[in-house]
Design a protein around this ligand. Structure first.
Ligand code: 5AD
Ligand code: SF4
Length: 465
């Protein structure tokens, strides 16, 4: 254990006695609620926050009326920020009734200086603020919050180390995210991630493998390897290891039955990776390959470092090598300078690749990124183009997803269906969701399901016995 991890272990002990003191005073358990905004990385970070809270003696709850509430924020698009401000108002109303309530904010949004200013000025009831680089210091920051009694703000502008061995509470017993790298060096001109998550750093393969071995021993069947750009994994390690090599090593771990990963940058996707995906049954039949735009002109201004033709060539080559692989993507509409011609290019890529799903986003200017100071497209034009694109995405996705109708495929049972408790919800290797009747005791198991009816992005099915 390094000195930083040791310091945090000591802080957890201090925190335990603070929590015990509060319990005695109130004559009950002290509750804590972690709310996550944004991506899988944040979801994983929240599991680390929950791990520390639980270790310190807090009772975890999903209720924002809890004694301690932390928002793990996202800032990739402005609507994520607006949601946080909106919900903070509601928290303030609760805090006025219960002045002992503590409120903390962390995550990507907190790495923006303008946000910190705004919170200090207009949301001064917040008790603790920290960012993405010092999340592993959560235990000592919490001690400070309880001991100091005034707003604690600690933001670092870069990461100092990667701290291993923090306690974690997983949301699902049978599947888990695993960080393989942090940060991003690509500086796509619209994206704030490199500014708020810092430079690209890969974890040592031995640390990743050990983490996954422990997960497997604990009953985890599916892991999702997480990084902003997993295809460039391994650069900067003492002994460089490529992402495809890492994938092969992970697939050797007994007990792990499915491996997913997010996100792939098209410019770095190697032939080796295609081969390993094709030849390794444990690697799920799903690739998320963000396109962003089909226009070579816009891709250049976006600093994506591939052309429309290069993307098409790659996607179609992958389709040919692994025909049952689902390809999903991200697309931005309304990027500065976008014309009808650019949208036509994007529509053509969608038509030719026939994505199994596409997440479409309206461009959101982010302060400090190059695209924010470029001339913006009028909202009305963007809205019309967005609707056109969404319609095509839905049509092609239905076509791509429905081709498995009638087949039997393995599904990992994840939960009871949200809307109909007689149904279970499972996920196929290709990431498609299927709902089917079954007993809740099957949650966490991989079961064969006949895909009876395609409903667009998902299936209705029946377990095959
Ligand atoms: N505006 C809209 N969408 C964005 N994304 C990233 N930055 C922005 C932005 N400023 C999208 C990209 C990325 C996904 C995670 O979010 O499509 O792949
Ligand atoms: Fe943002 Fe581009 Fe990095 Fe993805 S690759 S996080 S879009 S800068």
């Amino acid at each position: 254990m390094n000195s930083e991890a040791l310091l945090q272990t000591e802080s957890v002990e201090r925190l335990k006695s603070i929590v015990r003191g509060m319990e005695e005073e109130k004559g009950r358990k002290i509750t804590a609620c972690v709310i996550t905004f944004g991506c899988q990385m944040n979801a994983r970070d929240s599991e680390k926050l929950s791990g520390i809270l639980s270790e310190a003696g807090f009772e975890l709850s999903e209720d924002e009326a809890s004694d301690f509430v932390i928002y793990n924020t996202c800032t990739v698009r402005d609507n994520a920020n607006q949601r946080v401000y909106g919900r903070l108002g509601a928290l303030y109303a609760m805090k006025k009734k219960h002045p002992d309530k503590k409120i903390a904010l962390c995550g990507c949004m907190m790495q923006e200086p303008s946000v910190i200013e705004k919170i200090k000025k207009s949301y001064s009831f917040v008790d603790l603020i920290f960012g993405t680089h010092n999340i592993y210091r959560f235990a000592s920051l919490l001690c400070r919050m309880y001991e100091e009694g005034s707003m604690v703000v600690e933001i670092w502008d870069k990461a100092e180390t990667i701290v291993e061995d923090l306690p974690i509470v997983r949301k699902y017993p049978f599947k888990s995210g695993v960080n393989i790298m942090f940060g991003c060096d690509n500086f796509c001109s619209y994206c704030i991630v490199p500014y708020v998550r810092g430079r690209e750093r890969s974890r040592e393969p031995k640390d990743i493998l050990r983490e996954i071995e422990v997960l497997a021993a604990d009953g985890v069947k599916e892991v999702m390897l997480l990084g902003q750009n997993v295809n460039s994994y391994g650069k900067g390690l003492d002994v460089p290891v490529s992402f495809s090599e890492l994938l092969s090593m992970v697939s050797e771990i007994e007990g792990i039955e499915r491996i997913r990963f997010m996100t792939s940058h098209p410019k770095d996707l190697s032939d080796d990776l295609i081969r390993v995906m094709r030849d390794t049954p444990k690697v799920c039949r799903h690739l998320h390959l963000p396109l962003q735009s089909g226009s070579t002109k816009l891709l250049e201004v976006m600093n994506r470092r591939y052309t429309k033709d290069q993307y098409l060539e790659l996607a179609l080559r992958i389709r040919e090598a692994i025909p049952d692989l689902a390809i999903t993507t991200d697309i931005i509409v309304g990027f500065p300078g976008e014309t009808d011609e650019d949208i036509e290019d994007t529509l053509e890529v969608i038509r030719r690749v026939k994505f199994d799903n596409a997440f479409t986003f309206i461009y959101s200017p982010r302060t400090g990124t190059p695209a924010a100071s470029m001339e913006q497209v009028p909202d009305k034009l963007t809205k019309e183009r967005f609707d056109r694109l969404l319609k095509l995405v839905q049509d092609t996705a239905r076509e791509a997803v429905s081709k498995y109708e009638g087949q039997v495929m393995d599904a990992l049972v994840e939960e009871i269906n949200e809307h109909d408790p007689s149904l279970l919800t499972g996920r196929l290797s290709n990431n498609t969701i299927v709902h089917f009747p079954g007993e809740p005791s099957l949650i966490g198991q991989i079961v064969p399901v006949e895909l009876r009816e395609c409903k667009g992005f998902y299936y209705l099915g029946e377990i095959v016995i």
